[in-house]
Design a protein. Structure first.
Lengths: 508, 64
């Protein structure tokens, strides 16, 4: 399996205030988690969202003007840039910080789905524990956090899934292979939403749709992420050796509460990447992908057909079926996890077509729809009742005492791959077979010796020369473990670096 | 294709929402759970506590 990870921007609000300042609330939330032992300045020097995977650099992003206006406002606040960002790197190798006025948790890089789920669930616990601390200081249960993607007033925030891919695959090949898959992926990975909205526009009630993000997709390809959002984001920030790798940065996905939906979202996407890299992806180019993604989202019966470039039409389930069959033909027997994904993918498509009731507790949109329909019958209300949007929001509340999904899970009605022990361990330890786990190890052992961090690099203090652990091409599990062994046993990070570099030099 | 279960995989009930046929539930799609089941009562209680105006008040800045 390849490397992958998820970054989640959480919605945040205060119940005790008429007007909430999201900058302050997000910052205070992250800082409520703060302990002196692991706040480290994130080095943004290596990040440039203007680089485009299509082979050029854009001069500006659609959000630049708005960002500049916010920056002017923020300049009057009594906080420094670093205080507002409140960048934390956690002992599990994750990042927790204030991004675009949302608390964001980025999992450490993972190689196995079970690790990813445990790290993603750990993120829910970490943000909620920060909210608990913040609420204790406020004297009431005021701060609420939502793992969702809309405020029902035309403002969306993201849950991005990321994959390490080979640079050698031409971008047009990625585009052709991925677009139809991503347009239809919502039948599995959609989180469900009450109503229809658009960027900066209020919600129109009366309809349930599969996806939270579909309304906010405005173009096929773009480097932008906050406006003019694309189905396939072309940001070229590999966070790895740029000659060998690219990072597929997908912004179309919803934030999932169901572990099963997260596992299939990421598992199927990486199988599709495998297909593309092998030249085995089906050729299903759609005539109007942006129209299709909205059309399919608004059809909960999964009967809508969208036009292909060859003039034929095809349903979302049939698109997924084509990809599934190609993956089964090409990738069956690859490894145990891929086979699990293949089996569950096929079964899920069958149940969506024949008996989707059995997917309650597995797929978010099916689960949310069931909850809402049950409630509507009990309360004798219709789809136009504003209560339903509030229930939609409550589904994503990560407070176990309030969240509807977490209530369902507590009742034993949700499918889980993780155990509570897995999640508890993931709060403090990252995956042992990725650089994410190695990052966490360095935080746990040598926090006081770290000068700065990036995804692919850790710079340690000490001496006149830079002391840097380069991880831009540190992906083989055996190499990661060998490096971690040095950092686990050395007396200092410099000793560990020397031992690691000596090993590389001698090839031992 | 071989059917392989993930290690340590745990599932909730095989049928998390037993189908209760009734005149108001025809036409496919998700169906209501067992009438009067404690799970349903707990969840409905939790749902009724949700402020109907919560979403109306909820405002965020655009994120990524």
């Amino acid at each position: 399996m390849r490397l992958f990870g998820i970054e989640t921007e959480y919605g945040i609000t205060r119940d005790d205030l008429e007007e909430v300042d999201p900058v302050v609330e997000s910052m205070e939330l992250v800082r409520a988690h703060l302990t002196a032992s692991f706040e480290r300045r994130w080095d943004y020097a290596g990040e440039d969202p203007h680089e485009d995977a299509r082979g050029f650099r854009v001069s500006g992003l659609a959000q630049d003007k708005e960002e500049d206006e916010f920056a002017k406002l923020d300049a009057h606040r009594p906080f420094s840039f670093h205080e507002m960002k409140s960048d934390l790197v956690l002992p599990n190798g994750a990042r927790f910080y204030n991004d675009h006025t949302h608390p964001e948790y980025s999992t450490p890089e993972c190689r196995r789905l079970k690790d990813l789920l445990a790290q993603d669930r750990a993120g829910e616990r970490i943000v909620q524990r920060a909210a608990d601390r913040r609420n204790r200081s406020l004297g009431g249960e005021y701060v609420q956090l939502y793992k969702n993607n809309t405020d029902f007033h035309g403002h969306s925030y993201g849950c991005h899934d990321n994959y390490l891919a080979l640079r050698s695959i031409p971008f047009p090949q990625l585009r052709a292979g991925l677009l139809p898959f991503l347009v239809s992926r919502q039948v599995i990975a959609g989180a469900g939403k009450v109503g229809i909205e658009a960027q900066e526009s209020g919600v129109v009630p009366g309809q349930f749709q599969l996806s939270q993000r579909a309304d906010f997709m405005e173009t096929d390809l773009s480097v932008d992420t906050m406006h003019n959002r694309p189905i396939l984001n072309t940001r070229d920030e590999p966070h790895a050796d740029p000659k060998k790798y690219r990072r597929l940065h997908l912004i179309i996905g919803d934030a999932n509460m169901c572990e099963y939906a997260t596992a299939l979202k990421v598992g199927t996407t990486q199988l599709v990447l495998d297909l593309i890299e092998r030249g085995a992806a089906p050729s299903l180019e759609l005539e109007q992908p942006v129209t299709a993604v909205k059309q399919l989202s608004r059809d909960i019966d999964l009967k809508a057909a969208v036009r292909r470039q060859n003039g034929q039409t095809i349903t979302a389930l049939d698109i997924q079926e084509e990809y599934y069959r190609a993956a089964e033909r090409t990738l069956a027997g690859l490894d145990e996890e891929s086979d699990w994904v293949l089996n569950e993918w096929g079964e899920t498509l069958r149940l969506l077509a024949q008996d989707r009731q059995r997917l309650v507790g597995k797929l978010d949109w099916v689960t949310k729809l069931w909850l809402l329909e049950t409630f509507m019958r009990e309360e004798r209300i219709g789809w136009d009742d504003p209560w339903l949007a509030s229930l939609d929001l409550a589904y994503h509340n990560v407070d176990p005492a309030r969240g509807l999904y977490l209530g369902l899970e507590a009742d034993g009605k949700a499918w889980r791959m993780t155990t509570e022990a897995d999640v508890e361990r993931a709060l403090s330890v990252g995956p042992s077979d990725t650089r994410g786990g190695l990052r966490g190890l360095c935080i746990r052992r040598f926090s006081e010796h770290i000068r700065s961090m990036q995804w692919e690099r850790i710079q340690f203090t000490g001496g006149l020369m830079p002391r840097i652990l380069e991880m831009g091409d540190l992906f083989e599990p055996a190499d990661v473990r060998a490096c971690a062994e040095r950092f686990e046993t050395a007396d200092s990070p410099l000793d560990a670096l020397k031992a690691w570099n000596d090993r590389k030099d001698t090839g031992s | 294709m071989t059917h392989i279960a993930m290690p340590e995989r745990r599932e909730g009930p095989v049928d998390p929402m037993p189908k209760q046929p009734g005149p108001s539930e025809e036409g496919g799609g998700p169906k209501r759970p067992d009438t009067g089941s404690p799970e349903k009562d707990n969840l409905l209680k939790r749902m009724r506590k949700v402020d109907p105006k919560q979403a109306e008040r909820y405002r965020q800045r655009t994120g990524e």
